[in-house]
Design a protein around this ligand. Structure first.
Ligand code: S3P
Length: 450
């Protein structure tokens, strides 16, 4: 569990060209969902390529606590003997979801329509994040919740004994909220309808269909209307987890800013609800190509090839693209520092309620490293200095946020002086092989302060 990790200062210094093949780990979103949906089937679900990061391991432990038999078979292969929709047992102890907003919100949804009670907690980051966005719609099913002030964890959820189906318009662009409602809808009779104005990652919808639920999605003027028929018998499956585009972002962005680099990142999902960063980088003039484009498990996949791109330009990132790259703004802001001119990022209020306030965390660290950043409640802008002109030399607070820590490590690879983070320990939540993988490409990331 990430909750009690000792801080690990890390430093990244300028390196020679990055080259080689970066095999990034499995997709975090799909890994959580395969364990949770596997636990909601009767029978044996097998998973290959599971992300064995702390966040997902916390979800595996949670599924055991709710009665599923979850087994690590080695090499990213796992099996889940599920208990069926509505079959969750009441956990004996508190469910600790560590650093994971996805884990806690999806699990709350999955247990919310069973007649059981569970108490959830997490680390200091997770215990500061808003949960009312999930408990408000769950209350419509008949679920009760008691948490700390402002709807924060630790929180106890009392599942609805006689759930009713709901119709819910998601008020913020959030796949976690959408997914929590859909998972709760699984054990409610009749049809649960979720409407989202902006499309967010659609893994839950795709996977529910794959596990045999009756689910339809209609694109309308009102938004995406998702209709799920409750109380299905989910069919145990094999899930082959694709590699995570959000993790691929780090070696890709590193290659774009480190002189002479040429890195191949194979097998990355280009689901349009996840691939916004790559489109943005290409618009900035990045030498980023999609090779060997194919379809795997119904999802578009390609090998990404990123080469050093000294002439990138700042752009205005369309707000409509925000949901499809919401986790990638921190590392985009690093690339933007090395581009010419301003990169403007609007419509990104959600960045303020992630593992950290990501606008605040990145703005502070970028400024400390000599980069100008302007910000407002739902926007920020980075003034790029151009290749070779980013000073670096500062230690940044990672604020218990894996993506902040990794972003500053990428910055150090091309800045004029090394860049440190006070704590790289959170990196293991999503990218446990970050250090060896970057080292194998030629990066100089070491443990210890500046
Ligand atoms: C996720 C959804 C996003 C994302 C998170 C993973 C998911 O959060 O930031 O890392 O797997 O559903 P929101 O739904 O809060 O935007």
């Amino acid at each position: 569990m990430s909750s009690h990790a000792t801080p690990i200062p890390m430093t990244s210094a300028a390196c020679g060209p990055l080259s080689g093949v970066a095999q990034v780990p499995g997709d975090k979103s799909i890994s959580h969902r395969s364990l949770i949906l596997g636990a909601m089937c009767v029978g044996k679900t097998t998973i290959s390529g599971l992300l064995e990061g702390d966040d997902v391991l916390d979800t595996a432990r949670a599924m055991r606590a709710f009665g599923a038999e979850v087994t690590d078979l080695g090499d990213g292969n796992w099996s889940v003997h599920g208990v069926g929709v509505g079959g969750f047992a009441e956990p004996d102890g508190v469910i600790d979801c560590g650093n994971s907003g996805t884990g806690v919100r999806l699990i709350m949804g999955a247990m919310a329509t069973s007649p059981i009670t569970a108490t959830f907690t997490g680390d200091a980051s997770l215990n500061g994040r808003p949960m009312a966005r999930v408990t408000d719609p769950l209350a419509l099913f008949g679920t009760q919740s008691v948490g700390r002030k402002g709807g924060r964890l630790p929180m106890t959820i009392v599942g609805a004994a006689d759930p009713v189906p709901v119709r819910y318009v998601v008020p913020v662009p959030s796949a976690q909220v959408k997914s929590a409602v859909l998972l709760a809808g699984l054990n409610a009779p009749g049809q649960t309808v979720v409407i989202e104005a902006e499309a967010t990652r659609d893994h839950t919808e795709r996977m529910l269909a794959g596990f045999g639920a009756k689910i339809t999605v209609k694109d309308t003027d009102e938004g995406r209307i998702i209709t799920l028929t409750g109380q299905p018998e989910l069919q145990a499956q094999h899930v082959d987890v694709p590699r995570d585009p959000s993790s691929a972002a780090f070696p890709v962005c590193a290659a774009l800013i480190v002189p002479g680099s040429d890195v191949l990142v194979p097998g990355i999902g280009l689901n349009p609800t996840r691939a916004g960063l790559f489109t943005t980088l290409r618009e900035m003039g990045a030498d980023l190509t999609y090779e060997n484009e194919r379809t795997e498990g119904g999802e578009p996949v390609a090998d990404l090839r990123a080469r050093f791109s000294p002439d990138m330009k700042g752009i205005e990132v369309p707000p409509a693209r925000a949901a499809s790259m919401i986790d990638e703004y921190p590392v985009l802001s690093v690339v933007a520092s090395f581009a010419q001119g301003q990169t403007m990022m609007r419509g990104v209020k959600e960045l303020r309620v992630k593992e950290s306030d990501r606008i605040d965390a990145m703005a502070k660290g970028l400024r400390a490293n000599g980069v100008e950043v302007d910000e407002g409640p739902d926007w920020w802008a980075v003034t790029g200095l151009g290749h070779g002109n980013v000073p670096g030399g500062a230690t940044c607070a990672s604020q218990l946020d894996h993506r902040i820590a990794m972003s500053f490590m990428i910055m150090g690879m091309a800045a004029n002086a090394p860049v440190s983070v006070d704590d790289g320990a959170p990196i293991t939540t999503s990218f446990p092989i970050f250090e060896p993988l970057m080292a194998q490409l030629g990066a100089k990331v070491t443990r210890g302060a500046l």
